[in-house]
Design a protein around this ligand. Structure first.
Ligand code: GAL
Length: 682
């Protein structure tokens, strides 16, 4: 879906001028506009200003701001301020404040201090959202609703009595009878059997491990509780503000919420990106691909926040180096972002984030490197306007699941050093380095369009998932599965037929047991059937599945320990496709070699040959609804991003038009350090 009022690249950010004298506003807006800023996000955290007392509302300052912004020819993302309930509200209803797992109630005085199941919080949150929607819902300058802010950030669970009651209701709806719950949670173990729903508690502090099925359901329940808060606001906004899109800003790899369950309820996905100077480009790319993948992978999303220079919450808050912010912004556009927004447009004078970077300094100055870079990017985004709404098309998918993340990393763990995100990145990075365009999608996504699908640590499997993976492979797909797959069902019980559970036939193997390696400890594997550059011997870490072949062939075998000679990597042909099972943690070079072979076997080649650290990604103009213009040819715009601080030389085999400079490029050309080209075929 392309948002009708979003057929442009938006450039903006959080603007909280409620902390400044009103005389500064027109000048701020004029300075921001000169930098190309066309959208401002208002009202995030403004609750105590909008509603200074229970029965007093003050919207006049916001009215004036709406007028000023629209007179300046800019548009507004309007936030509901519900991420920070005012002190008077928390004092009126103690149950608004969240309780930790030890039973301690937290205090107000920072932000995000609310229990998602507090009826008093919810009623007041919906009330302020309703009043904002009544007042501004049809305002022509309003482009989008930004509900709350980073749901579940700082505190992603509340353990109060109301949450306990809501948890019981949620469980009742899920399991219907207490016997079903007892069965699903295996409560006969450790004498945990429940007679009555009332006996069930949140996983509060206990002497030993929580019941893992209970803990998993609790994460799901908490994610749903915050989702309910969002949906309650969205319902009134939809009613009072017809046609205006609604979103909330996410945080990519954030374990507090299952964003896949939220995604259908967002008109457009959006997120906040804070990589820090010198961050690994593949890590950042993966986060973009995860967020775009929430809506299936093709349609654009919004970069709702990033810093124009530095943050204030890292151990060392170095500013981004000259050119880095531009590079990161264009990387976001390349991956499908149709909005580049900052936190924040003007630096605060006081408060916890006064040392956080901003487009304008606290004094409102534009005589800074940061402002000049923001203004340069503003001019460049103007040149990219026509790509708004265009599509991303990935050849590869990496499957990602929040419940798998929770299950892999909740206590007790099989291997303390095993990190789900690290394993996802082990495979994502290899695909990225081979120049593939990648979607990170939920296991239940439609896989038909992908040439290669990788599902690292697919611990939770269901019969339906198994069926769909098989259909994908039979249809000619290449599926890569790894160790720690198929171990459990969706409430974290073991499958009754050994490992990798429901995936055994598909993989053509049986895993008898697994060895677990401590950090620094390795075993060696030797490739017995090379696949492309995947050959020779490799030192593996973390985990070694002890594998028996049941129809698959061994590509690599262990050469040490009691499982020497047994398969470590296998391949199984199924229908017109194949499944590669990697029973251990291969080093990056081996994963890259194996996936490089997989990609070329599946007919995927690099768009351009580029040096190390250079990323090439495309956005396709077809799929872009443009009733007002003739449908453009199905041609991509190709972004070439040099993540190295030093220049690189690239050979362009044909003649290209570079959109940002208007120059034609061909042959051997130098791309500066942190430089970007946006290329179209001549
Ligand atoms: C985000 C948050 C903003 C601001 C920013 C600082 O997580 O949404 O309000 O705190 O971080 O980097």
């Amino acid at each position: 879906m392309t948002l009708p009022n979003h057929r442009m690249i938006r450039y903006g950010g959080d603007y909280n001028p409620d902390q400044w004298p009103e005389e500064t506003w027109p000048r701020d807006l004029e300075t921001l506009k000169r930098a190309g800023i066309n959208t401002v996000t208002l009202g995030v955290f403004s609750w105590s200003k909008l509603q200074p007392a229970p029965d007093r509302y003050d919207f006049e300052w916001l009215d004036r701001l709406f007028d000023l912004v629209s007179d300046a020819g800019m548009q507004i993302y309007l936030a509901t301020p519900t991420a920070s309930p005012p002190a008077w509200l928390c004092r009126m209803y103690e149950d608004i404040l969240p309780v930790d797992e030890r039973g301690h109630r937290l205090h107000y005085g920072s932000r995000r201090h609310y229990c998602p199941n507090s009826p008093n919080y919810r009623r007041h949150a919906v009330d302020i959202a309703t009043r904002l929607a009544e007042r501004y819902g049809r305002h022509p300058a309003l482009a989008l609703w930004h509900v709350d802010n980073e749901y579940a950030c700082h505190i992603s669970a509340c353990y109060c009595e109301r949450c306990a009651q809501a948890f019981r209701r949620w469980l009742q709806a899920k399991y219907q009878t207490i016997d079903h719950l007892n069965d699903a949670w295996t409560t006969s173990f450790w004498s945990q059997r429940y007679r009555d729903w009332e006996e069930i508690e949140p996983p509060r502090l206990t002497p030993a491990y929580h019941n893992p099925s209970q803990a998993l359901d609790w994460r799901r329940f908490m994610s749903d509780s915050f989702l309910e808060c969002y949906l309650e606001q969205k319902r009134v906004i939809n009613e009072l503000s017809p046609g205006k899109p609604v979103t909330t800003n996410f945080m990519a790899w954030f374990s507090g919420l299952d964003y896949h369950r939220w995604a259908p309820h967002l008109d457009v996905a959006s997120w906040d990106s804070y990589p820090g100077t010198g961050a690994d480009a593949a890590e950042v790319a993966a986060r973009h691909d995860l967020i775009r993948g929430l809506k299936g992978g093709r349609q654009p999303y919004l970069l709702m926040e990033q810093t124009p220079s530095q943050v204030n919450w890292m151990a060392y808050n170095a500013p981004q180096r000259p050119g880095e912010m531009r590079l990161r912004s264009l990387q976001a556009v390349a991956h499908g972002a149709d909005a580049i927004c900052f936190f924040q447009l003007r630096q605060s004078r006081g408060g916890a984030e006064k040392f956080h970077g901003a487009v304008l300094t606290a004094s409102g100055s534009d005589r800074t490197r940061v402002y000049r870079e923001v203004a340069q990017l503003g001019r460049e985004l103007q040149r990219l306007q026509s790509i708004a709404g265009s599509e991303y098309r990935a050849q590869a998918a990496v499957l990602f699941s929040w419940p798998v993340w929770w299950a892999v990393e909740q206590e007790p763990r099989i291997n303390q050093s095993l990190s789900y995100i690290d394993e996802v990145m082990r495979y994502y990075r290899a695909l990225w380095r081979r120049g593939l365009e990648i979607d990170i999608v939920a296991p239940d996504a439609d896989l038909a369009s992908y040439r290669v699908v990788v599902a690292p640590l697919l611990r939770i499997t269901t019969p339906d998932l198994r069926r769909r993976l098989e259909a994908y492979v039979r249809g000619g797909g290449l599926l890569v599965l790894t160790f720690h797959s198929g171990l459990t069902d969706d409430v974290d019980r073991l499958h009754m037929d050994g490992f990798p559970g429901l995936l055994q036939d598909l993989c053509g193997i049986e895993v008898e047991e697994f060895d677990v390696l401590r950090p620094g400890s390795t075993r060696s594997v030797s490739v017995v059937e090379p696949r492309g550059d995947f050959s020779g011997t490799y030192a593996v870490e973390l985990w070694c599945d002890v594998v028996h072949l049941r129809g698959a062939r061994a590509l690599a075998v262990y050469t040490e320990d009691y499982y020497a000679g047994m398969p470590a990597v296998t391949e199984h042909e199924v229908g017109s496709g194949r499944v590669i099972y990697v029973g251990t943690a291969l080093p990056a070079s081996a994963v890259e070699a194996l996936l490089g072979w997989a990609a070329s076997h599946q007919g995927v080649s690099r768009v351009l040959e580029v040096p190390e650290g250079v990323e090439v990604v495309r956005r396709w103009m077809t799929g872009k609804p443009r009733p007002e213009a003739a449908q453009p040819k199905d041609e991509p715009v190709t972004f070439v991003l040099n993540h190295n601080p030093h220049p690189v030389s690239i050979r362009l085999p044909s003649r290209w038009h570079e959109v940002l400079t208007g120059q034609d490029l061909s042959g051997e050309v130098t791309l500066p350090g942190f430089g970007v080209w946006v290329l179209q075929h001549r």
